[in-house]
Design a protein around this ligand. Structure first.
Ligand code: IVH
Length: 717
């Protein structure tokens, strides 16, 4: 693996595969096709933002924008549950850990939190939880929550064996993080041994952070040493904790608040509030502002109190976490996707800021789309310096009539990328405005002619692979996670290798092993990292067809369409032959292509135009001479009910239907509504009617509720 994976920092203003139209639309206005494209775009964009944030400690967007993207993904998935992708960001958190630390597998996954932005969203969190638990109104009203400031640092998991600190790890991808034990030992807030009795094995979760004064001091030291400045305390904390040399960490005054539990070999409390007391007794620092609240009204009042105190606090917070106090209820509620059902992060409202737009830049994406980007005078919006915002397209610039030199209002939340709300009204005596922006009709990178087809909003460079912007973007796409996923070939490495002539076409990637020695001599490389790169490349010379097709970066062929094509055509040779035949309009092959469910005419047209270009065929042939494509990989899942189909029928008395379904799914089962030959197990509640009869007729396995509890590993009710 590469020693320096390269800044995989995405540009927030670079559009991915979705059309700018679908990226700008409200989730409720999307068609299914637009929703699929948008989910695909988000499935790629969010991990890139995660990498920028976690691996490079250099956020590419503000937190509010990031949250808005996550919420958008969820909102679209809620409307189109069938379009949820296996690689959906709602199912994953964070990133795969960087290679430099050894990996540590958490005993209980470290997850994230869903967000609320107002009282209504908080109330619907409570309603969801109550409904899941089947609580009546009185019991819902009796729910208590612990409110804790949401610390803006990085979460860590601390393992104690018989009261001794043995291991500490970052969150990583939620399942596995980086082992930063040695660094954590240098923290003054970290008890090396727990005071008083403790379980044999326990994981304690908390947040490592830097106080605001410590952050300023570190940045001053960085500046005088001529080193890069950290954007905010959180990134400085992450950078400080993830030092390979613990003596550097020791010089950074990192703090730690403990706030949650992971695995525990025995129960240590029955409520979260009492758990926090145990943490204090053991010697941890627990946030002193934590408080019990008993209603949405109290939660809202707490938000106001904390918002007032926020600027005077020694550390950055970005909201308040509300956790259901009763730990038995927490256990029953469990998790959905990446977040617990028993907690919510109520975030402070998004902020707006005013700054000057210095000029408008044009970016060229992988597919040649020319995207206008507003270059702004740097402005601090909620702790992150914003310098750019997207303007989407030519029409948007005209609609908003933004011009170089204008003061503009920018918004941090509620939309996809840093957004320009509009031009600030001018006052009398202001100097005259600049001229309206003239959208270029040539590509600013390769100077080829640009086109805006009738009915479309996007100008596109016609330079194809002769346009360096498109080549580099395409290469980056080619090695991205859902494509060839080559370890050690990040954005920066690709850009550098391209600049030095090592990489011109995707096929050149597979010729890099011939240059291993040259690579080993490059700055930042060495024999080991060059050898690792060679190995990573060779490992990918056998590739599932779907990944291969996706990697080609054909317009509108995202990974789900690539999977459809791979499944339909089976082999590369067959796909290639059929695509060539499909270049003829009206041919059987073209009709067959357009009638694959999920593909359709517009996508068939894109494929045909790709195959009509002789240089694309040359690229394909060059590549496939060095590769073996294989059939699709099937997703594997583990769990005691893995691959089983279960039906619940009748009334369950010890849990609600959604709870039963969630438990079954956690164990790997698929839960369906109707009984058929394909059903593996039917769980019969009381008054199970026709479905029970049908199960008996078909001779299916059935269980009553106690049997189901036993199968699921739950104690008898
Ligand atoms: S509880 C299962 N409590 O917020 C979730 N998290 O957006 C357990 N965070 O990953 C997390 N302060 O890094 C919890 N008082 C607090 C927190 C807190 C900050 C962070 C944590 C988490 C992220 C989720």
């Amino acid at each position: 693996m590469s020693p320096a994976p390269g800044a995989d920092t995405p540009d927030p203003a670079t559009p991915d595969s979705a059309t700018p139209d679908s990226a700008a639309l409200d989730p409720k206005d999307l068609t299914a096709a637009q929703a699929a494209a948008e989910l695909e775009r988000l499935a790629h964009l969010l991990p890139r933002l995660d990498r920028a944030y976690y691996e490079h400690d250099a956020p590419a967007v503000t937190d509010a924008e990031y949250d808005a993207l996550r919420r958008r993904n969820l909102a679209i998935e809620e409307r189109f549950p069938r379009l949820r992708r296996p690689d959906s960001p709602s199912l994953h958190v964070g990133v795969t850990p960087a290679p430099t630390f050894s990996r540590h597998r958490h005993l209980v996954p470290m997850l994230s939190l869903d967000n609320a932005f107002d009282r209504e969203e908080f109330e619907s969190f409570v309603t969801r939880a109550a409904r899941f638990l089947g609580l009546d109104e009185d019991r819902t009203r009796a729910l208590r929550f612990v409110a804790e400031p949401k610390i803006d640092g990085l979460s860590i998991s601390l393992t104690y064996e018989h009261g001794r600190f043995v291991r500490g790890a970052t969150r990583g991808d939620g399942t596995e993080g980086e082992d930063v034990t040695a660094n954590l030992r240098t923290l003054k807030d970290l008890p090396h041994t727990l005071k008083g009795p403790a379980p044999a094995l326990i994981e304690i979760r908390g947040e490592v952070f830097l106080s605001k004064p410590a952050f300023l001091a570190i940045n001053e030291a960085q500046a005088s040493a001529g080193q890069k400045l950290f954007a905010n305390p959180r990134n400085a904390a992450a950078g400080s904790l993830r030092q390979l040399d613990p003596t550097i960490t020791a010089r950074r005054p990192l703090s730690l608040f403990a706030y949650a539990q992971g695995f525990s070999s025995e129960r240590v409390a029955d409520t979260h509030a009492r758990y926090l007391d145990r943490l204090r007794d053991w010697g941890f620092t627990v946030n002193p502002l934590s408080k019990i609240v008993e209603s949405a009204t109290e939660a809202e009042a707490f938000m106001d109190d904390i918002a007032r105190e926020r600027s005077g606090l020694e550390y950055d917070i970005d909201g308040v976490v509300y956790k259901i106090d009763d730990l038995a209820l927490q256990d029953r509620l469990g998790f959905v996707g990446r977040a617990p059902r028993w907690a919510i992060a109520w975030k402070f409202p998004a902020e707006q800021a005013i700054t000057r737009l210095t000029h408008i830049d044009i970016q060229v994406g992988r597919t040649g789309a020319l995207t206008p980007v507003a270059i702004l005078e740097p402005v601090n919006v909620g702790g992150v310096i914003v310098t750019r915002a997207t303007l989407h397209n030519e029409d948007e610039i005209e609609r908003k009539d933004v011009r170089a030199g204008d003061l503009v209002q920018i918004q941090r939340a509620g939309d996809v990328i840093p957004q320009i709300l509009g031009v600030v009204p001018r006052k009398e005596g202001d100097p005259p405005r600049g001229a309206p922006f003239a959208f270029p009709h040539t590509c600013p990178i390769c100077h080829a002619h640009a086109e805006r087809p009738p009915g479309e909003v996007v100008w596109r460079c016609t330079g194809g692979l002769t346009c360096p912007a498109q080549v580099v973007e395409r290469l980056i796409h080619f090695v991205s996670r859902d494509a060839f996923d080559i370890d050690g070939l990040g954005e920066r490495t690709i850009t550098e290798f391209h600049a030095d002539g090592l990489l011109k076409t995707p096929a050149d990637i597979f010729r890099l092993p011939n240059h291993e020695e040259d690579i080993a001599r490059r700055e930042g490389w060495g024999a080991l990292s060059a050898r690792n790169l060679t190995a990573a490349i060779r490992a990918r010379q056998t590739i599932p067809l779907a990944r291969f097709i996706y990697a080609l970066g054909i317009r509108r062929i995202g990974s789900s369409n690539a999977r459809l094509l791979a499944r339909h055509y089976g082999s590369y040779a067959n796909w290639r032959a059929q695509m060539l035949a499909a270049t003829t309009i009206g041919s059987d092959a073209r009709l067959a292509l357009g009638s694959i469910t999920g593909i359709g005419g517009a996508i068939a047209d894109e494929l045909a135009s790709f195959f009509l270009e002789s240089h694309n065929l040359a690229t394909l042939d060059d590549l496939t001479a060095m590769l073996t494509t294989i059939e699709d990989e099937e997703p594997q899942s583990e769990g005691t009910l893995s691959g089983k189909t279960i039906v619940f029928t009748g009334t369950l008395t010890t849990m609600t239907r959604p709870e039963a379904k969630a438990i079954a799914e956690r164990l790997g089962a698929r839960v369906t509504d109707s009984v058929s030959k394909k059903t593996d197990l039917v769980v019969l509640g009381t008054d199970a009617g026709s479905k029970a009869r049908k199960a008996a007729e078909l001779g299916l396995d059935t269980l009553d509720e106690p049997g189901w509890r036993e199968l699921a590993g739950l104690p008898p009710a």
